[in-house]
Design a protein around this ligand. Sequence first.
Ligand code: NAD
Ligand code: MN
Length: 819
Amino acid sequence: MSVMEIFETMEYGPAPEAAAPGLAWIKEHEPFGLFINNQWMKPASGQYIESINPATGKQLTKVAAANSDDVDAAVAAACTAFETWGKIPGHARARYLYAIARHIQKHSRLLAVLESLDNGKPIRETRDIDIPLVARHFYYYAGWAQLMESQLPDYQPVGVVGQIIPWNFPLLMLAWKIAPALAMGNTVVLKPARYTSLTALKFAEIMQEIGLPPGVVNILTGEASQVGEALVRHPDVNKIAFTGSTDVGRNIRRATAGSGKKISLELGGKSPFIVFDDADLDSVVEGVVDAIWFNQGQVCCAGSRLLVQENIANHLIEKLRVRMEHLRIGNPLDKAVDVGAIVSPGQLKEIQRLVNQGVEEGAVMWQPSWACPTEGYFFPPTLFTNVSPATTIAQVEIFGPVLVSMTFRTPTEAVELANNTRYGLAASVWSDNINLALDIAPKLKAGSVWINCTNLFDASSGFGGYRESGFGREGGKEGLYEYVRPKWETLATPLEELHIAKDSTSSNGSGSVQDQDPESAFQDLAFGSSNGYIATLPAIDRTPKMFIGGKQARPDSGFCRDIYDPEWHVIGQVGEGNRKDIRNAVEAAHAASGWAVGTTHNRAQILYYIAENLSTREDEFARRIVQQTGRPYADAVAEVQTSISRLFSYAAWADKFEGAVHRPPMRGAVLAMPEAIGVMAIACPDEYPLLGFISLVAPAIAMGNTLVVIPSQQSPLSATDCYQVFETSDLPNGVVNIVTGDRDTLSQVLADHDDVDAMWYFGPAEECKNVELASAGNMKRTWVNYGHPRNWLDPIQGEGEEFLRESTQVKNIWIPYGE
Ligand code: NAD
Ligand code: MN
């Protein structure tokens, strides 16, 4: 055979990696135990579950099936370990993480073989991608452990973290979870996926080898219904980090609602792969191979929707078919194999079912002419054309080697098609026109955007979803915040000490208001005798309406609610908002989405104007606070002045919360850009009617979000007085919409609303739970206070980067360079 012929046929001889070392390691360790407190424990159930090799369909070994008793034991071990691990210097943790990285490298070939045997993925991938990235993660986070004290001085670890991972990148997902958790001083109970536990067990052995303190890492194999659910519900687990399907993510959101557990969810995707007509098509073809045939397409961020500019579509599809003919499928341990086995028979069936459905729905299916091995679970690379965007295969995550292709004519249409999904994990853009590519990237609703590349990952660069692909980031500095909480949180001041309750001793009941200075006059106003009090009040003549789309709108219900002072005098009325008002407000907020793409300079200017206009009315706003709360005038002035200062803070931040440029080990850069989340709902706290409102609204609009705000239910008049301030400050219509009324009824409508992207709720614990529960519908991001008050006057609790992070989601744009 000539070289040319070999090149044409892509015929290679077999080049298998030896399975023997992997199989021998398995034999030595049978029966596998659970890893608790650095010891191998028999499962409480006495049960074991089969682990198969998907390339043969035969049993590899059995692993222990943990149950809730084992979960209790592991969590208890992690709790005890946390007492020391959470306190030792970052440098000590850095040394352990460094040791883990070194040992991963030492055992890299065994880990690669075990991963291929257990999961069915090609050795080429486990050897060259999975395992090196695992080591890279531990090195990278050893660095953050070292730097935690200097770089995150205001943060502390969360505590015991429950981590639940999928089967598609077993050891890599473990590394993404364990490395940052340990770096920040947390201890861990991790559940590998049912089908792929072996590398996690080898990892446990490495923990023994390096002498990690007992209980810092615990690993429980077993079934989701036994281990996963018990971990999620365990009261001593302070955080759940989950990677898996959107449905299970939704269950976890609901199960943890109201518990105060932090959660991060990395869920499914249906990511677009967009090809413009000026792209280098040979590179595109290799890109598609990496996008959808890498790991048999069992990749959460797989480029599973090929969107091609119409004029080159036929040509590209032709080239792709030629390439598909040359893909090599078979024994995952063969170093020349491109496509391995599907992880389980159930998964294989599901892929087949969806492919059949695609054919029934009228799409054209194409597969290469060669046949798959008959032993084991294989599925050929599959390409659908003639796919219409609303069909199942264009919308549902198939999680297999199946690509659906669609066409577009203009860049605008490409963006629309790309964003026509409930997911938002990743996207690839292919064009040799850098202007076009960089114009498209910010318009895509996705956490990672790869320009002229795809499926690149690195510890330095955050990964995670928009929309129903979940929330939270793994990797990068942003990934650290998933594993820490502000130090002040445990030192929280009880509400009574915040001097917001009325001070009854300040009453003196004296006479005329006119001949006193404003401060004492208003103390009198608030605390004088009832008669004098009512006599000095303005008549009830002005009922603020809703503020929707920049207009004052009557409440749909036609009802008003009375607003009282602390002594139960009616001091005004506001509209009683309902579902319809919320709908209108959400619509108005969407219509104002241009706010997000305006300049940060402009947003800063408007925040300064608002501050300026508030400041000219300082006295009036202070009096309003006194009237509603009965607090002393001086106190109310302080609240107004702090509100003005807070507006200045976020005017300052508007053009300074900038993101980062990451330098992963490649020729190129990754731009980590904080972007607005979109339409946010905010339910304000009752305490500090003005400052509570401003402290939440200002950061959210500074970052480009548009809002539907429910002001303090008890004291809404400070917020409704802001209508005129907003109107005179050039705030575009619809950026801030205000609906007054019953906070919890309105919050429920907002939390249920599918067109609301995030919700903040500061109020009673019970309603925090309801908000979290309802948010699972569209997986909206939530930030709630679980009924714990903040000291809004305190700049550490009341403002700062925490608010900005909660107002943004990071998009990582990968830009390789060089010819
Ligand atoms: P899965 O959701 O079925 O399972 C994931 C993990 O959760 C497994 O360990 C499973 O045992 C456990 N689990 C299942 N039900 C549970 C429950 N009720 N409570 C607690 N734990 C439970 O997903 P999978 O089939 O293993 O993985 C495929 C999915 O994962 C795909 O949807 C894919 O997109 C997603 N995924 C996402 C990412 C990401 O980073 N976003 C990465 C890989 C995979
Ligand atoms: Mn297996």
